[in-house]
Design a protein around this ligand. Structure first.
Ligand code: ATP
Length: 464
């Protein structure tokens, strides 16, 4: 797996001007909220049985109607009742809510609708929902409901696995904290620091010394350095968010620092810990570990939106069989026939074995943190793009205009498939189709079939 700590990752960006491409509870037990927009009993989640008594988990199966899309709104009253403002009012400051509306977030996504009341009740939470379902806004709204901008202290910490994701989350937080058109709405004292690997720690140290930011978005490497130097203290931290939590626990570079952080935070009064991801393999086991290890309080809530549909349903999946030597021309033909608005081509990091064998890597350019960051900023500035990337772009990165994903190399497992595919279909209320195409050899067909079974989706064969 590509790691944020590697400063030199195969990654290449091509900007092409190509033609027409989201209850407060009295029970103090862990809770699993599981909702679904599909009802097929045969498609029940297949999580492994955890080594604990199932009675220790209070499972609520709630049957909630699908997300109300703007097209299905019937009356203004209904909109008001279900709106983000209605859910957040009394918790989130008004100027933030104005900003949320200005940006165009009027209705909650499913995870936001389920999670926000739980988050506002100050319970620890595991946000488990499809890629592109708006988990970021859910935890940011919690943070804005909790912070006191009159206090000069770091009050919320969001930990992310990569610099790119950190920049993106910081940008969304700043956008929400920023000025809105409403008089008196500007929040002068809410500052957001991006403390990310590859950044200039010297500048951040002097910022932390002079006036602590209210919110920090950090990667673990940089955060640990600041914690060790006691530049950041966990005592004042009201909320700790660990985004892409399964990735962080699976990363050999990050897992020990993450465990240390969670153990240190467990002794803090008034804490609230949020974990988020679209994929939490063995989530019952994870819930058990959270309580056993005191990473969360015992009444942690696991909110699992759409468990039988781990990927957005509007993503169409296809595969094309060809030999290894035909892959480049197959990709070119696909790009020509699909004429995507904007696309990401995923390649694997070249293995040591393949390097030793003298094989050429799938991408030829190696670029560092800053160039990677520049590439993403460029992409967000608009225009059609064709991004060639490794799995480093597979986690959390939000480029909503991406209509097509190409797996030039088959992802190494179903979780990687899910996150790569999830780089498209990122407009929660849109119904337009997005496409994921895997270019595979005939021998790889059974591997893709395994992913289909695991992730419960169907892949159509494509013939050129
Ligand atoms: N209530 C909303 N209404 C409209 N758009 C929204 C809403 N909430 C979030 N979005 C948009 O949905 C997109 C995906 O949101 P976000 O990046 O938070 O997804 P995510 O759940 O964190 O996905 P991933 O698991 O891939 O990281 C973003 O472009 C965001 O602007």
């Amino acid at each position: 797996m590509a790691s944020s700590s590697s400063s030199s990752t195969q990654f290449q960006m091509l900007q092409l001007q190509v033609h027409p491409w989201k209850l407060p509870f009295s029970c103090n037990k862990p809770l699993t909220l599981t909702t679904t927009t599909l009802t097929s009993p045969s498609l029940v989640q297949r999580s492994s049985t955890p080594p604990f008594r199932s009675s220790s988990i209070c499972t609520h199966q709630t049957s909630i109607s699908p997300i109300t899309s703007s097209s299905s709104r019937s009356t203004n009253e209904e909109i008001d009742h279900n709106s983000l403002r209605n859910i957040c009012e009394g918790f989130v400051p008004d100027h933030i809510l104005h900003r949320v509306e200005e940006v165009g977030y009027l209705m909650p996504t499913e995870i936001q609708r389920q999670a926000l009341p739980v988050l506002f009740s100050r319970r620890d939470c595991i946000l488990h929902a499809q890629t592109g379902s708006g988990k970021t806004l859910a935890y940011l709204l919690l943070i804005f409901s909790v912070i006191n901008t009159q206090r000069s202290a770091v009050q919320a910490l969001i930990v992310v696995p990569t610099r790119e994701l950190g920049m993106q989350v910081a940008k969304v937080a700043r956008m929400l904290a920023g000025k809105s058109g409403q008089p008196g709405s500007e929040d002068k004292s809410c500052t957001i620091m991006a403390l990310l690997d590859g950044g200039t720690l010297k500048r951040q140290k002097s910022w932390l010394k002079s006036e602590p930011p209210t919110i920090i978005v950090a990667t673990l490497g940089s955060l640990c350095q600041m914690l060790e130097k006691q530049m950041i203290k966990l005592e004042s931290m009201r909320v700790l968010v660990i985004d892409e939590v399964d990735f962080m626990f699976n990363s050999s570079h990050q897992v020990s620092s993450l465990r240390k952080l969670l153990i240190s935070y467990s002794s803090i009064n008034n804490r609230q810990t949020i974990f988020a991801s679209a994929s939490i393999p063995q989530h019952r086991r994870f819930l058990y570990d959270c309580i056993q290890q005191k990473w969360t309080k015992a009444d942690v809530v696991h909110i699992h939106a759409n468990p039988v549909q781990p990927m957005p349903p509007r993503i169409q999946h296809r595969f094309l069989i060809c030999s290894r030597s035909e892959r480049h021309s197959a990709l070119l033909s696909l790009l020509q026939s699909d004429a995507p608005q904007s696309a990401i081509v995923f390649v694997n990091v070249q293995s040591e074995k393949s390097k030793k064998a003298g094989n050429a890597p799938a991408t030829t350019e190696k670029i560092n943190f800053n160039s990677r960051a520049a590439s993403f900023s460029e992409l967000r500035q608009g225009g059609a793009y064709l991004l060639v990337a490794t799995d480093i772009a597979g986690r959390g990165v939000d480029l909503p205009d991406t209509t097509h994903i190409y797996n030039f190399d088959l992802p190494k497992d179903a979780v990687h498939y899910l996150h790569r595919a999830g780089r498209t279909g990122r407009k929660p209320f849109s119904e337009s189709k997005c496409v994921v195409t895997s270019i595979i050899t005939s021998e790889e067909r059974f591997v893709l079939q395994r992913y289909e079974n695991e992730l419960m989706f169907h892949c159509d064969e494509l013939f050129l």
